[in-house]
Ligand binder design. Sequence first.
Ligand SMILES: Cc1cc2nc3c(=O)[nH]c(=O)nc-3n(C[C@H](O)[C@H](O)[C@H](O)COP(=O)(O)OP(=O)(O)OC[C@H]3O[C@@H](n4cnc5c(N)ncnc54)[C@H](O)[C@@H]3O)c2cc1C
Length: 403
Amino acid sequence: MRGGSVAVVGGSIAGCATALAVSRGGAGKVTVFERADAQLRDRGVGIALHNDRYDELQSAGYVAAEMPWAPLTRRVWSVRDGEAEHGRAVGEQPFPFRAYNWGSLWSELRRRVPEEVDYRSGALVGAVEPDSDGVTLQLADGQRERFDAVIGADGYRSVVREAMFPGLSATYAGYIGWRGTSADVADLPSDGNDAHNVVFPGGHCMIYRIPDGVGGHRLNWVLYTAPPESEDLHPDLKTPTSLPPGRLNSALTAHLRALVADNFPPYWAARVLRTPAETTFIQPIYDLEVPQYTSERMLLVGDAASVARPHIGGGSVKALQDATALEAAAVAGGSWKEIAEAYDTNRGAVGASLVALARRMGSAQVENTPEWGAMGQAEFDAWWQAQNSGSDRNSGFGGHRLK
Ligand SMILES: Cc1cc2nc3c(=O)[nH]c(=O)nc-3n(C[C@H](O)[C@H](O)[C@H](O)COP(=O)(O)OP(=O)(O)OC[C@H]3O[C@@H](n4cnc5c(N)ncnc54)[C@H](O)[C@@H]3O)c2cc1C
């Protein structure tokens, strides 16, 4: 690492944090390749970071208090109860999270990427070719560039991972996240400090307030459920992709709107249904694990390395922690092989544990939902506890503690 040339493929959350990490770790020349040429900060959906994980990442110098955020203290799970405006709460739990706008989190990380890093927007990496002591990137514009090491921060469809483990790709979990944001934040219960989970047979919808990036707030929601079995659906739904705002298939939209109208308490149904089409989109939900986070002169971070279903509220934390772990391994020094092994030992187990937790949560909260209407707080607590006590006995909800 020390003095060497390092390419980071992907310039999103994991990519920016990793560029910072390898610069601090002593890399001589760092180049980030990001295929998007528009500013990523325009992605305006919500990201929630657990307070304790935030504190660790702030101490490590990856996030800062100036970044706009909205506090969340409690999560209320509600089921429709006839025409009762807010439905009936089936359970409540502490929810010590900070709600961010994805764009401002990215902007903060981008700002931290050192000046000397060559961050290239609109730079698509088409292929990754490892050799005995380096890696060549084939760029979409026909150029080829060789580096001492390449780090895949290129998300769940990673080309770096494809070079490391050909054919290993994310697996569709069988359901989607339908997401939206709106300016509809007047009169939220508890002044907007609660997160809400509206539950229904076959899924749930997480709703919380996020900063809008210009001093106010937006309402952010994500509804998880299986799409209808239909030939009309977007053909790519079951392969790794997502439909951007405004391009939601009309049959799918009609299905989701009917589901909300039939199953949500009136207050939350109104807010979801009046979200503008331009700010709604879907993200298919995936699982992904890799045998190792490193191979030869290549290494994976963030969603390129492992994808945990979003019920754990910890994907960004995992990505940021990957970067801090890489920095720590690089600062400790040694050959590339030693740094990569130290990183893999630290992060591989964490990734696997979060993927397992997220599968349990997806099963309980979407695939095999309980009889919500029969639940009270005691039943809810037992149900929640069962998801959080897998073989590792260490929940990891919101992300594991940073070692
Ligand atoms: C519905 C949903 C809700 C979520 N909610 C939360 C939450 O509340 N809290 C939380 O912590 N996490 C949450 N997450 C997870 C979180 O969004 C991700 O885990 C996190 O952002 C990791 O991002 P990343 O940088 O690894 O990948 P990505 O954000 O996918 O970035 C990959 C980047 O690589 C670029 N790229 C890809 N291929 C190439 C290529 N060939 N050449 C050049 N560039 C390339 C892409 O353009 C992109 O910018 C959620 C995820 C989903 C789906």
